[in-house]
Design a protein around this ligand. Structure first.
Ligand code: PEP
Ligand code: MN
Length: 345
């Protein structure tokens, strides 16, 4: 149920609605827009009975949210959510590119990548230290050493870092080194992990499960939001279909669909979506044209030597060309690209 307050409802009236809702044993979640306040009432499915909420002081109307996701829904929060992270805003007018290797492999590798990305205007470096690999015999990431290497280059080049967390016990460790915690496709429905990051206030990049529907992705986000963490960024990274020329099938329509269903920022990962570096640029451009708020792109200084996902990694040179193309596409759809050159085009 959402309670739409009248324009100009007083803070006492808002406070009184929250008090009554909580007294009845429900949670009240506030969404304060420029014009009006909306209060989401979340319970365990029992109807809030006995009272005609639309007659309460300051209330304009009360209506049910028919969708299964509530706090993630645009009905509850009509305006776009912008997630600010140490000076970078995700979900605003600027499209934010996060780039870097699949995994941190060595000091030289992450240093060379970060240096090149900084020159291209990137503000957020990606790199896995804890890697969820299909095979237990494949490189699993450098763990804490990988996090340390990320922090060194983060400080040297003044970058933010997005890196994956795989278990609730690692959240605090990963958050000491990274600015955004990534929940990978394989963990999208790891509910104890979702609950645990929901209890924090760290920004979360939530990737779509490889066989998950749009609604399941939004329900996963709802787990995080319902614990009070509003800093959720969604990521379309391709889904599994019968097609096997590409690693996954990029679901481009998920971008406008998500943008209409939810207020949360939506980014796209053309690297895992395609699995082939030669397709990454076209899919990245398409994602920006479709309304993505950002991109997550794998870049490796020597893709042929990469310990994971070399086939889908761009070289820094190819990535630099792509950034220029993306700048033009962004401009064509009324957006800009973060970083260097923003004013020049
Ligand atoms: C990744 O970003 O490195 C990754 C493992 O992606 P996904 O979880 O989408 O497969
Ligand atoms: Mn990868």
């Amino acid at each position: 149920m959402i309670v739409v307050m009248k324009k100009g409802a007083t803070s006492q009236e808002i406070g009184e609605v929250i008090r009554r809702v909580e007294q009845a044993g429900y949670e009240a979640h506030l969404s304060q827009g420029v014009e009006r306040t909306i209060i989401g009432i979340i319970g365990d499915g029992r109807p809030l009975s006995g009272d005609n909420i639309s007659l309460w002081p300051g209330v304009e109307r009360a209506l049910p949210i028919l969708k299964p996701f509530k706090l993630a829904s645009r009905d509850f929060h009509p305006q776009d959510t912008v997630v600010p992270i140490n000076g970078v805003k995700i979900g605003g007018q600027e499209i934010v590119v996060m780039a870097g290797p699949c995994a941190v492999e060595s000091r030289e590798q992450i240093h060379e990548t970060a240096q090149a990305l900084k020159t291209s205007g990137v503000k957020i470096l990606r790199g896995g230290a804890f890697k969820p690999r299909t095979s237990p015999y494949d490189f699993q990431g450098l763990g804490k050493e990988g996090l340390r290497l990320l922090r060194q280059v983060k400080e040297e080049f003044d970058l933010l870092v997005v890196t994956e967390v795989m278990s609730p016990g690692d959240i605090e460790l990963v958050a000491q080194y990274g600015d955004i915690l990534q929940i990978g496709a394989r963990n999208m429905q790891n509910f104890s992990l979702l609950h645990a990051v929901g209890e924090t206030r760290y920004p979360i990049l939530l990737k779509r499960g490889m066989s998950s529907t749009i609604e399941e992705l939004l329900m996963a986000a709802e787990y995080i939001l319902s614990r009070g963490n509003q800093r959720v960024i969604l990521c379309e990274r391709g889904i599994r279909t019968f097609e096997n020329y590409t690693r996954n099938t990029f679901d481009i329509s998920a971008i406008p669909a998500l943008k209409s269903l939810t207020h949360l920022p939506v980014v796209a990962d053309p690297s895992h979506a395609t699995g082939r570096w030669e397709l990454v640029a076209a899919v990245a451009r398409a994602a920006v044209a479709a309304g993505a708020d950002g991109l997550l792109i794998e870049v490796h200084p020597h893709p042929e030597e990469a310990l994971s996902d070399g086939a889908q990694s761009l070289t820094p040179e190819r990535f630099a060309c792509l950034m220029e193309e993306l700048r033009r596409v962004a401009k064509a759809v009324g957006r800009s690209l973060s970083g260097k050159g923003t004013d020049a085009t």
